[in-house]
Design a protein around this ligand. Structure first.
Ligand code: NAD
Ligand code: UDP
Length: 313
Protein backbone atom coordinates (compact mmCIF):
# COMPACT_ATOMS: atom_id res chain seq x y z
CA UNK A 1 0.00 0.00 0.00
CA UNK A 2 0.95 3.63 -0.42
CA UNK A 3 0.57 5.28 2.98
CA UNK A 4 0.72 8.94 3.96
CA UNK A 5 2.03 9.71 7.45
CA UNK A 6 1.58 13.36 8.38
CA UNK A 7 3.89 14.40 11.20
CA UNK A 8 6.11 11.52 10.05
CA UNK A 9 9.36 13.12 11.26
CA UNK A 10 8.06 13.45 14.81
CA UNK A 11 8.45 11.09 17.74
CA UNK A 12 5.53 8.74 17.03
CA UNK A 13 5.41 9.39 13.27
CA UNK A 14 9.00 8.30 12.66
CA UNK A 15 8.46 4.99 14.51
CA UNK A 16 5.29 4.46 12.48
CA UNK A 17 7.19 5.11 9.21
CA UNK A 18 9.77 2.50 10.30
CA UNK A 19 7.13 -0.16 10.97
CA UNK A 20 5.31 0.49 7.66
CA UNK A 21 8.53 0.38 5.63
CA UNK A 22 9.55 -2.84 7.43
CA UNK A 23 6.31 -4.58 6.44
CA UNK A 24 6.69 -3.59 2.78
CA UNK A 25 4.53 -0.49 2.31
CA UNK A 26 5.47 2.68 0.43
CA UNK A 27 5.48 5.65 2.79
CA UNK A 28 5.02 9.34 2.06
CA UNK A 29 6.10 11.35 5.09
CA UNK A 30 4.71 14.89 5.26
CA UNK A 31 6.13 17.21 7.91
CA UNK A 32 6.73 20.93 8.40
CA UNK A 33 9.54 20.24 10.91
CA UNK A 34 8.04 22.41 13.60
CA UNK A 35 8.79 19.80 16.27
CA UNK A 36 9.96 16.96 14.04
CA UNK A 37 13.65 16.16 13.72
CA UNK A 38 15.42 15.22 10.48
CA UNK A 39 17.55 12.69 12.29
CA UNK A 40 14.41 10.72 13.24
CA UNK A 41 13.99 9.78 9.58
CA UNK A 42 17.59 10.22 8.28
CA UNK A 43 17.98 6.42 7.99
CA UNK A 44 14.90 6.25 5.70
CA UNK A 45 15.75 9.05 3.28
CA UNK A 46 17.54 6.80 0.73
CA UNK A 47 15.00 4.00 0.97
CA UNK A 48 13.29 3.43 -2.42
CA UNK A 49 9.84 3.13 -0.79
CA UNK A 50 10.20 6.27 1.36
CA UNK A 51 9.41 9.81 0.25
CA UNK A 52 9.68 12.99 2.32
CA UNK A 53 7.57 16.03 1.49
CA UNK A 54 8.24 19.17 3.51
CA UNK A 55 4.75 20.61 3.77
CA UNK A 56 2.36 22.14 6.29
CA UNK A 57 -1.03 20.37 6.40
CA UNK A 58 -2.67 23.77 6.87
CA UNK A 59 -2.02 24.12 3.11
CA UNK A 60 -3.88 21.82 0.67
CA UNK A 61 -2.09 18.69 -0.55
CA UNK A 62 -2.74 16.62 -3.65
CA UNK A 63 -1.55 13.01 -3.58
CA UNK A 64 -2.83 9.53 -4.34
CA UNK A 65 -2.63 7.21 -1.35
CA UNK A 66 -4.43 4.18 0.13
CA UNK A 67 -4.21 5.13 3.82
CA UNK A 68 -3.56 8.32 5.79
CA UNK A 69 -2.25 8.47 9.35
CA UNK A 70 -2.81 12.05 10.51
CA UNK A 71 -0.30 12.80 13.26
CA UNK A 72 0.68 16.34 12.26
CA UNK A 73 0.24 18.49 15.36
CA UNK A 74 2.66 19.64 18.06
CA UNK A 75 2.02 17.40 21.07
CA UNK A 76 3.84 18.83 24.07
CA UNK A 77 2.27 21.67 26.09
CA UNK A 78 5.18 24.10 25.48
CA UNK A 79 5.11 23.45 21.74
CA UNK A 80 1.35 23.52 21.21
CA UNK A 81 1.06 26.68 23.31
CA UNK A 82 3.95 28.37 21.45
CA UNK A 83 1.60 29.39 18.64
CA UNK A 84 -1.88 28.35 19.81
CA UNK A 85 -3.60 29.67 16.69
CA UNK A 86 -1.45 27.44 14.46
CA UNK A 87 -2.33 24.52 16.75
CA UNK A 88 -6.02 25.23 16.23
CA UNK A 89 -5.42 25.60 12.46
CA UNK A 90 -3.64 22.24 12.25
CA UNK A 91 -6.63 20.59 13.94
CA UNK A 92 -9.27 22.40 11.89
CA UNK A 93 -7.97 23.59 8.49
CA UNK A 94 -5.31 20.85 8.46
CA UNK A 95 -7.83 18.19 9.47
CA UNK A 96 -10.26 19.35 6.74
CA UNK A 97 -7.45 19.20 4.17
CA UNK A 98 -6.60 15.62 5.18
CA UNK A 99 -10.26 14.53 5.27
CA UNK A 100 -10.74 16.14 1.86
CA UNK A 101 -7.77 14.16 0.57
CA UNK A 102 -9.28 10.97 2.02
CA UNK A 103 -12.64 11.77 0.42
CA UNK A 104 -11.12 12.41 -3.01
CA UNK A 105 -8.85 9.35 -3.04
CA UNK A 106 -11.09 6.96 -1.08
CA UNK A 107 -8.23 6.44 1.37
CA UNK A 108 -8.92 5.30 4.93
CA UNK A 109 -7.81 7.98 7.41
CA UNK A 110 -6.73 7.50 11.03
CA UNK A 111 -6.75 10.53 13.30
CA UNK A 112 -4.24 10.65 16.18
CA UNK A 113 -6.50 12.05 18.88
CA UNK A 114 -5.61 12.24 22.54
CA UNK A 115 -6.61 11.58 26.12
CA UNK A 116 -6.68 15.40 26.40
CA UNK A 117 -10.20 15.27 24.92
CA UNK A 118 -11.20 14.12 28.42
CA UNK A 119 -9.61 17.26 29.96
CA UNK A 120 -9.28 17.10 33.76
CA UNK A 121 -11.50 14.03 34.05
CA UNK A 122 -14.05 13.49 36.78
CA UNK A 123 -14.55 9.83 35.97
CA UNK A 124 -11.71 7.39 36.42
CA UNK A 125 -10.39 5.45 34.55
CA UNK A 126 -11.55 7.11 31.34
CA UNK A 127 -13.75 5.13 28.95
CA UNK A 128 -14.53 6.20 25.40
CA UNK A 129 -18.13 6.96 26.45
CA UNK A 130 -16.99 9.74 28.80
CA UNK A 131 -17.58 13.11 27.10
CA UNK A 132 -14.89 14.97 29.00
CA UNK A 133 -14.29 18.00 31.20
CA UNK A 134 -12.33 20.55 29.17
CA UNK A 135 -11.87 24.26 29.91
CA UNK A 136 -12.40 25.88 26.51
CA UNK A 137 -10.79 29.15 27.70
CA UNK A 138 -7.54 27.93 29.22
CA UNK A 139 -4.00 27.69 27.78
CA UNK A 140 -4.41 23.98 26.94
CA UNK A 141 -7.65 24.59 25.01
CA UNK A 142 -5.96 25.17 21.62
CA UNK A 143 -4.87 21.54 21.77
CA UNK A 144 -7.70 19.91 23.76
CA UNK A 145 -10.52 21.68 21.93
CA UNK A 146 -8.54 21.42 18.67
CA UNK A 147 -8.43 17.64 19.00
CA UNK A 148 -12.12 17.57 19.96
CA UNK A 149 -13.22 19.48 16.84
CA UNK A 150 -10.88 17.28 14.76
CA UNK A 151 -12.82 14.24 16.04
CA UNK A 152 -16.09 16.04 15.21
CA UNK A 153 -14.87 16.68 11.66
CA UNK A 154 -13.90 13.02 11.27
CA UNK A 155 -17.36 11.87 12.37
CA UNK A 156 -19.12 14.38 10.09
CA UNK A 157 -17.04 13.41 7.05
CA UNK A 158 -17.81 9.79 7.94
CA UNK A 159 -21.58 10.32 8.29
CA UNK A 160 -22.06 12.76 5.42
CA UNK A 161 -19.33 11.84 2.94
CA UNK A 162 -18.79 8.15 3.76
CA UNK A 163 -15.12 8.77 4.50
CA UNK A 164 -13.58 5.66 6.06
CA UNK A 165 -12.25 7.00 9.35
CA UNK A 166 -10.48 5.66 12.45
CA UNK A 167 -9.99 7.65 15.67
CA UNK A 168 -7.45 6.65 18.31
CA UNK A 169 -7.23 8.49 21.64
CA UNK A 170 -3.59 8.22 22.58
CA UNK A 171 -2.58 8.41 26.26
CA UNK A 172 0.89 9.60 27.37
CA UNK A 173 3.46 7.75 25.30
CA UNK A 174 7.25 7.81 25.68
CA UNK A 175 10.33 6.30 24.13
CA UNK A 176 13.40 6.94 21.99
CA UNK A 177 13.19 9.96 19.61
CA UNK A 178 11.17 12.10 22.00
CA UNK A 179 12.32 15.67 21.52
CA UNK A 180 14.78 16.36 24.38
CA UNK A 181 13.51 19.93 24.79
CA UNK A 182 9.79 19.41 24.36
CA UNK A 183 9.08 19.85 28.07
CA UNK A 184 7.16 16.59 28.41
CA UNK A 185 7.67 14.90 31.71
CA UNK A 186 9.58 11.79 30.64
CA UNK A 187 12.11 13.62 28.44
CA UNK A 188 12.47 16.46 30.98
CA UNK A 189 13.15 14.14 33.91
CA UNK A 190 15.57 11.94 31.95
CA UNK A 191 17.58 14.93 30.66
CA UNK A 192 17.65 16.48 34.12
CA UNK A 193 18.70 13.17 35.69
CA UNK A 194 21.46 12.54 33.14
CA UNK A 195 22.81 16.07 33.72
CA UNK A 196 22.51 15.70 37.53
CA UNK A 197 20.29 18.79 37.51
CA UNK A 198 17.24 19.44 39.70
CA UNK A 199 14.20 17.35 38.74
CA UNK A 200 11.34 19.85 38.35
CA UNK A 201 8.17 18.43 39.84
CA UNK A 202 5.13 20.59 39.08
CA UNK A 203 2.67 20.90 41.97
CA UNK A 204 3.16 18.33 44.73
CA UNK A 205 3.66 15.51 42.24
CA UNK A 206 0.50 13.68 43.31
CA UNK A 207 -1.13 14.06 39.87
CA UNK A 208 -1.15 10.78 37.97
CA UNK A 209 -0.45 9.64 34.43
CA UNK A 210 -0.24 6.20 32.77
CA UNK A 211 2.73 5.79 30.43
CA UNK A 212 2.76 3.64 27.29
CA UNK A 213 5.96 2.60 25.51
CA UNK A 214 6.14 3.68 21.88
CA UNK A 215 6.42 0.18 20.32
CA UNK A 216 3.17 -0.89 22.02
CA UNK A 217 1.43 2.26 20.82
CA UNK A 218 2.53 1.86 17.20
CA UNK A 219 1.36 -1.79 17.13
CA UNK A 220 -2.08 -0.65 18.34
CA UNK A 221 -2.56 2.18 15.86
CA UNK A 222 -1.57 -0.05 12.93
CA UNK A 223 -4.01 -2.72 14.19
CA UNK A 224 -6.73 -0.05 14.48
CA UNK A 225 -6.10 1.18 10.94
CA UNK A 226 -6.17 -2.32 9.47
CA UNK A 227 -9.34 -3.67 11.12
CA UNK A 228 -12.92 -3.10 9.96
CA UNK A 229 -14.93 -3.69 13.15
CA UNK A 230 -14.85 -0.20 14.64
CA UNK A 231 -14.13 3.36 13.57
CA UNK A 232 -13.53 4.39 17.18
CA UNK A 233 -12.84 6.45 19.09
CA UNK A 234 -10.68 3.93 20.90
CA UNK A 235 -8.36 4.47 23.86
CA UNK A 236 -4.76 3.39 23.33
CA UNK A 237 -2.44 3.48 26.30
CA UNK A 238 -0.99 1.57 29.20
CA UNK A 239 -3.31 1.45 32.25
CA UNK A 240 -0.31 1.22 34.61
CA UNK A 241 -0.99 4.47 36.52
CA UNK A 242 1.46 6.28 38.80
CA UNK A 243 2.04 9.64 40.41
CA UNK A 244 4.49 12.00 38.74
CA UNK A 245 6.55 11.92 41.94
CA UNK A 246 6.87 8.14 41.62
CA UNK A 247 8.00 8.60 38.01
CA UNK A 248 10.69 11.08 39.13
CA UNK A 249 11.95 8.64 41.76
CA UNK A 250 12.02 5.77 39.26
CA UNK A 251 14.07 7.79 36.75
CA UNK A 252 16.54 8.86 39.47
CA UNK A 253 16.88 5.21 40.49
CA UNK A 254 17.42 3.81 36.97
CA UNK A 255 19.88 6.54 35.91
CA UNK A 256 21.73 6.45 39.26
CA UNK A 257 21.53 10.25 39.16
CA UNK A 258 22.61 12.64 41.93
CA UNK A 259 19.64 14.90 41.08
CA UNK A 260 17.24 16.06 43.78
CA UNK A 261 13.55 16.80 43.35
CA UNK A 262 12.45 20.46 43.45
CA UNK A 263 8.86 21.68 43.40
CA UNK A 264 7.52 24.20 40.86
CA UNK A 265 4.06 25.69 40.28
CA UNK A 266 1.48 23.41 38.71
CA UNK A 267 0.53 24.72 35.22
CA UNK A 268 -3.11 25.85 34.69
CA UNK A 269 -5.64 23.11 33.94
CA UNK A 270 -3.10 20.31 34.53
CA UNK A 271 -5.21 17.12 34.76
CA UNK A 272 -5.11 15.55 38.24
CA UNK A 273 -5.47 11.95 37.13
CA UNK A 274 -5.38 9.96 33.93
CA UNK A 275 -5.71 6.27 33.19
CA UNK A 276 -7.10 4.65 30.05
CA UNK A 277 -9.79 2.02 30.18
CA UNK A 278 -8.57 -0.22 27.33
CA UNK A 279 -11.37 -2.80 27.37
CA UNK A 280 -12.41 -1.80 23.86
CA UNK A 281 -8.86 -2.02 22.47
CA UNK A 282 -8.45 -5.48 24.00
CA UNK A 283 -11.70 -6.66 22.41
CA UNK A 284 -11.56 -4.97 19.01
CA UNK A 285 -7.82 -5.12 18.35
CA UNK A 286 -6.83 -8.11 20.44
CA UNK A 287 -4.14 -5.79 21.78
CA UNK A 288 -2.67 -4.84 25.08
CA UNK A 289 0.66 -3.25 26.00
CA UNK A 290 3.51 -5.65 26.76
CA UNK A 291 6.42 -3.36 27.70
CA UNK A 292 6.65 -2.54 31.39
CA UNK A 293 7.81 0.86 32.63
CA UNK A 294 11.22 -0.36 33.86
CA UNK A 295 12.11 -1.83 30.45
CA UNK A 296 10.67 1.09 28.47
CA UNK A 297 12.44 3.68 30.60
CA UNK A 298 15.75 1.80 30.27
CA UNK A 299 15.49 1.88 26.45
CA UNK A 300 14.57 5.57 26.52
CA UNK A 301 17.36 6.47 28.94
CA UNK A 302 19.88 4.55 26.77
CA UNK A 303 18.74 6.60 23.76
CA UNK A 304 19.16 9.93 25.54
CA UNK A 305 22.48 8.84 27.06
CA UNK A 306 23.90 7.85 23.63
CA UNK A 307 22.73 11.10 22.05
CA UNK A 308 24.23 13.07 24.93
CA UNK A 309 27.58 11.31 24.44
CA UNK A 310 27.41 12.24 20.73
CA UNK A 311 26.40 15.82 21.66
CA UNK A 312 23.06 15.39 19.87
CA UNK A 313 21.00 16.52 22.86
P1 NAD B 1 5.77 15.35 17.81
O1 NAD B 1 5.72 16.81 18.12
O2 NAD B 1 7.08 14.65 17.97
O3 NAD B 1 5.27 15.07 16.33
C1 NAD B 1 4.40 15.91 15.62
C2 NAD B 1 4.95 16.04 14.21
O4 NAD B 1 4.04 16.80 13.42
C3 NAD B 1 6.29 16.78 14.16
O5 NAD B 1 7.17 16.11 13.30
C4 NAD B 1 5.92 18.17 13.63
O6 NAD B 1 6.99 18.80 12.96
C5 NAD B 1 4.76 17.82 12.72
N1 NAD B 1 3.79 18.91 12.50
C6 NAD B 1 3.23 19.72 13.45
N2 NAD B 1 2.35 20.56 12.86
C7 NAD B 1 2.37 20.29 11.52
C8 NAD B 1 1.69 20.82 10.40
N3 NAD B 1 0.82 21.81 10.53
N4 NAD B 1 1.96 20.29 9.18
C9 NAD B 1 2.86 19.29 9.03
N5 NAD B 1 3.54 18.74 10.06
C10 NAD B 1 3.29 19.24 11.30
O7 NAD B 1 4.64 14.66 18.69
P2 NAD B 1 4.24 13.12 18.85
O8 NAD B 1 4.34 12.80 20.29
O9 NAD B 1 4.95 12.28 17.87
O10 NAD B 1 2.69 13.19 18.50
C11 NAD B 1 2.19 12.79 17.24
C12 NAD B 1 0.68 12.88 17.23
O11 NAD B 1 0.15 12.04 18.26
C13 NAD B 1 0.15 14.29 17.52
O12 NAD B 1 -0.97 14.53 16.71
C14 NAD B 1 -0.25 14.23 18.97
O13 NAD B 1 -1.29 15.13 19.26
C15 NAD B 1 -0.70 12.78 19.12
N6 NAD B 1 -0.56 12.34 20.51
C16 NAD B 1 0.65 12.05 21.05
C17 NAD B 1 0.75 11.67 22.38
C18 NAD B 1 2.06 11.30 23.03
O14 NAD B 1 2.07 11.00 24.23
N7 NAD B 1 3.18 11.27 22.34
C19 NAD B 1 -0.42 11.58 23.16
C20 NAD B 1 -1.63 11.90 22.58
C21 NAD B 1 -1.70 12.27 21.25
N1 UDP C 1 5.49 17.66 34.75
C1 UDP C 1 6.35 17.86 35.82
N2 UDP C 1 7.61 18.30 35.55
C2 UDP C 1 8.06 18.54 34.28
C3 UDP C 1 7.17 18.32 33.20
C4 UDP C 1 5.88 17.89 33.47
O1 UDP C 1 5.99 17.65 36.98
O2 UDP C 1 9.23 18.93 34.13
C5 UDP C 1 4.12 17.17 35.04
C6 UDP C 1 2.99 17.97 34.39
O3 UDP C 1 2.61 19.04 35.22
C7 UDP C 1 1.91 16.91 34.27
C8 UDP C 1 2.67 15.62 34.02
O4 UDP C 1 4.00 15.87 34.46
O5 UDP C 1 1.19 16.80 35.47
C9 UDP C 1 2.69 15.19 32.56
O6 UDP C 1 3.11 16.30 31.79
P1 UDP C 1 3.33 16.23 30.21
O7 UDP C 1 3.57 17.62 29.74
O8 UDP C 1 4.35 15.20 29.88
O9 UDP C 1 1.95 15.64 29.64
P2 UDP C 1 0.41 16.01 29.83
O10 UDP C 1 0.24 16.98 30.99
O11 UDP C 1 0.00 16.60 28.53
O12 UDP C 1 -0.20 14.71 30.14
Amino acid sequence: MKILVTGGAGFLGSHLCDRLIERGDSVVCVDNFFTGQRRNIAHLLDHPRFQLIEHDIIEPLTLDVDQIYNLACPASPIHYQHNPIRTVKANTVGMINMLGLAKRTGARILQASTSEVYGDPDIHPQTEAYVGHVNCLGPRACYDEGKRIAETLCMDYHRHNKVDIRIVRIFNTYGPRMHPQDGRVVSNFIMQALNNEDITLYGDGSQTRSFCYVDDLIAAIIAMMDQTKTVGPINIGNPDEMTIKELAEKIIEITGSKSTIVFRNLPADDPKQRQPDITLAKQALNWQPTTNLQEGLKNTIDYFRKNKQNSLV
